[in-house]
Design a protein around this ligand. Structure first.
Ligand code: CMP
Length: 142
């Protein structure tokens, strides 16, 4: 089924100047970028996004990292987009990510792991709405 998922290119990957290389992988896999924006997250915006991790020991470091520089938030659309995007990213810990995945190629640590992707269609709907108004999304018309 055609789905949408939220992608975040994190501050480490933006700093490495690999936004285009990561976008290229999405496009090559058949995902359409239907929303895109660069933003520098505030503390409040980052905490709200990761609210489900609030009690985890890594939460303060996660928020500090995600507010350390700009990120690119995107909405990807395509067949099976949620799982496909997760396959392209690879495991959360780059040390465990399969060769050829984004995290294997562009990330070094579990804290600075280059990208985020929604883990289910339900999270995707919530995460997309957290960053984008409906009118900002531009599905292909040709
Ligand atoms: P992300 O998919 O953005 O969701 C939460 C982030 O927390 C995760 O990627 C990792 O970058 C980071 N993180 C740090 N430590 C852990 C951990 N032990 N388990 C899961 N995520 C972690």
């Amino acid at each position: 089924a055609v789905e949408r998922t939220l992608s975040i290119i994190k501050p480490d990957a933006v700093a490495k100047n690999v936004i285009g290389k990561i976008y290229k992988r999405f496009e090559k896999a058949g995902l359409n970028i239907v929303g895109s924006r660069m933003i520098h997250l505030s503390q409040e915006k980052a905490e709200g996004f990761y609210a489900e991790h609030k009690e985890r020991p890594f939460f303060p470091d996660l928020v500090a990292f995600m507010t350390s520089g700009p990120v690119v938030v995107s909405v990807l659309e395509g067949d099976n987009a949620v799982v496909l995007h997760r396959e392209l990213m690879g495991a959360t810990n780059p040390a465990e990510a399969a060769p050829g995945t984004i995290r294997a190629d562009f990330a070094q640590t579990i804290d600075e792991n280059a990208v985020h992707g929604s883990d289910s269609p339900t999270s995707a709907a919530r995460e997309i709405a957290y960053f984008f108004d409906k009118a900002e999304l531009c599905p292909r018309t040709r």
